[in-house]
Design a protein around this ligand. Structure first.
Ligand code: HEM
Length: 322
């Protein structure tokens, strides 16, 4: 059997399925999630924060539009097709509570992703939707999770692209960074639903999953990670994680993985952020002028920021770009 050629990186399958840092590292490398994405998320935070409440309202309107997802808020299991005695409504206390958590979650999603704790929480969100990591189990089939993430990504992309003052390079950087983070969250949801790598299940730490089930909502490893601004700061480094197993199945320490993460964080590290922005801007070309007879564009945003406030589609002029 020939060795892996020079320049080709080896990925160990067992490590991929048993070590979260290894999985995250692979996904980040493949998606080229790097230092410029981290900067884009941190810099873009203030714009994204402004649209989060409106996105959360849109998501819950969606989830309560179909019986199959609305039921979950009564049954806690999307496989149960029995109708509840009373259908939950958007202004019920439980939905208001859930909205608060989704707001906190989306704020965290758009915060500094450079620490391992950030990805551990995203993994925990995946875990808690498959009947694990919760005292009172919750099961949501993958189709609803994937659709929901897609809807959130679409709403965020539209809102960022429609921002009246952000320049194009910053819009591109934020949209790309959010897209990559959402796709990693998607993997961290899907992985709990698929059987890939199940042969390594023995090497997964059940103890840790049980410990997570005992924690209150928004907590991880005994620390509050959602709400009260904690989603923006106070993150711990992978190397200081005590609850994560000290070595992977290949015997690599978390420190070693963090180090290789550091070394490979930015695939464009030699190029400098500014130059990269210029390069990306250079790849963008304005559309050719359309003939006058064309109807107005249909892509009128559902969300639009006017004087620092988020406005919804119904309240906008037919074409806010004119
Ligand atoms: C984009 C996909 C989704 C994300 C990011 C998400 C995120 C979250 C978060 C952050 C929490 C609580 C956090 C914590 O305990 O720390 C949660 C709980 C919950 N989610 Fe989701 N969710 C998603 C999709 C869904 C869907 C599609 C449903 C139902 C159809 C759903 C139903 C619930 C319920 C009922 C809880 C409460 C769990 C409990 O009380 O223990 N989620 N979700």
């Amino acid at each position: 059997m020939a060795d892996v050629p020079k320049g080709m990186e080896h990925v160990d399958r067992k490590e991929l399925y048993t070590s979260l840092p290894v999985r995250i590292r692979y996904l980040q490398q493949f998606l080229e999630f790097g230092a410029d994405d981290v900067v884009a998320l941190i810099d873009g935070q203030k714009y994204i924060k402004a649209i989060i409440p409106a996105i959360v309202n849109m998501v819950y309107k969606k989830l309560l539009k179909h019986d199959i997802t609305a039921r979950v808020f009564s049954t806690r299991d999307s496989r149960n097709e029995e109708n509840p005695d009373r259908w939950i409504k958007e202004d019920d206390a439980q939905i208001r509570h859930r909205k608060m958590f989704l707001r906190w979650y989306l704020t965290k999603l758009n915060s500094d992703p450079s620490k391992m704790e950030y990805w551990q929480y995203l993994d925990k969100v995946g875990l808690m939707h498959v009947g694990q990591g919760r005292r009172n189990p919750l099961h949501v089939d993958y189709i609803f999770l994937g659709a929901c993430l897609g809807y959130i990504q679409d709403a965020m992309t539209e809102a960022i692209l429609s921002h009246p003052r952000l320049d194009l390079t910053q819009k591109i950087a934020i949209v790309r960074a959010i897209g990559k983070v959402i796709w990693i969250q998607n993997d961290l949801m899907a992985k709990w639903h698929v059987d890939d790598g199940k042969e390594f299940a023995d090497a997964v730490d059940d103890e840790e999953i049980q410990a997570e089930a005992r924690e209150p909502e928004g907590y991880m490893h005994g620390r509050r990670v959602l709400g009260s601004g904690s989603e923006d700061s106070g993150l711990v480094d992978a190397s200081s994680m005590t609850s994560e197993k000290s070595t992977t199945s290949l015997g690599r320490s978390i420190e070693q993985i963090s180090l290789s993460n550091e070394q490979s964080k930015c695939p464009f590290s030699g190029m400098g952020g500014g130059d990269l922005d210029k390069q990306r801007a250079a790849t963008w070309r304005p559309r050719r002028q359309e003939p006058e007879a064309k109807p107005p564009p249909t892509g009128i945003p559902r969300l639009y920021v006017v004087d620092g406030k988020t406005v919804c589609k119904e309240k906008l002029e037919p074409n806010p770009f004119e």
